[in-house]
Write a protein of this length. Structure first.
Length: 223
């Protein structure tokens, strides 16, 4: 009921993910990112505890393969899960349990991983990888392009209802955290939100690190 991609940008150090699902509020329980650490995705019959645990294991210098093995040991119900992790060097690993739902598949590429379950076909994750590898620009845009490519390749067998875009960079907080929690066309809605947010993104970062020189938007009450 979910497909996703995680990616790393070696030029900026950014880490992030884009994800969509037929379920409500998918990003809140399936996608986890930490600056200079990694990305963790836990989906299918989801155990959200595995996301923060994966990031902690990365902080303990485990490799992606070791993190996956540690997660499998930590969860007695792991055969219901689909897991993906990507570290801050762009190295990743994935796992699909024996009880992963429907047509499920994973794919890996340069600085990226992708996976999904209840898919229209097994080619969806590879379509996302191809789109990511062939794109350039801001990591958030590349991840969203990849998610759109997954949708174009068939996406989920049923309709998607939620989607999210989460990117961490130099600040400890996410520079991009955009979510569509329930919508008839969540990926298209997410694209519209990103189109509006991207021109304002750097201004919000400036407000945090250099408020004296931050932009004013002339809102009511702003003197």
């Amino acid at each position: 009921m979910t497909y996703s991609i995680a990616g790393f940008c070696p030029e900026t150090g950014m880490l992030g993910t884009a994800i969509t699902s037929s379920s409500i509020c998918v990003t809140s329980r399936c996608a986890f990112v930490q600056s200079k650490t990694g990305v963790a995705l836990t989906q299918n019959i989801t155990n959200p505890d595995l996301g923060p645990l994966a990031l902690t294991l990365f902080e303990k210098n485990q490799t992606p393969e070791q993190v996956i093995e540690s997660l499998k040991e930590a969860d007695t119900d792991v055969q219901w899960r689909q897991l993906g992790v990507l570290n801050a060097e762009g190295e990743g690993a994935t796992f699909s349990g024996e009880k992963a739902l429907g047509i499920n598949a994973t794919a890996s590429g340069q600085n990226c991983i992708a996976m999904g379950n209840l898919l229209h076909n097994t080619g969806v994750p590879q379509a996302m990888i191809n789109a990511f590898e062939q794109s350039s620009g801001h990591l958030a845009d590349r991840l969203l392009l990849a998610l759109e490519a997954g949708m174009a390749a068939g996406g989920e067998l049923g309709p998607e209802h939620s989607a999210g875009l989460l990117v961490h960079a130099e600040p400890n907080w996410p520079v991009v955290d955009l979510r569509v929690d329930w919508h008839a066309e969540p990926i298209n809605e997410l694209r519209e939100i990103w189109t509006n947010y991207e021109p304002q993104m750097n201004a919000y970062i400036t407000r945090a690190v250099d408020p004296e020189n931050s932009e004013s938007y002339g809102v009511p009450g702003d003197l």
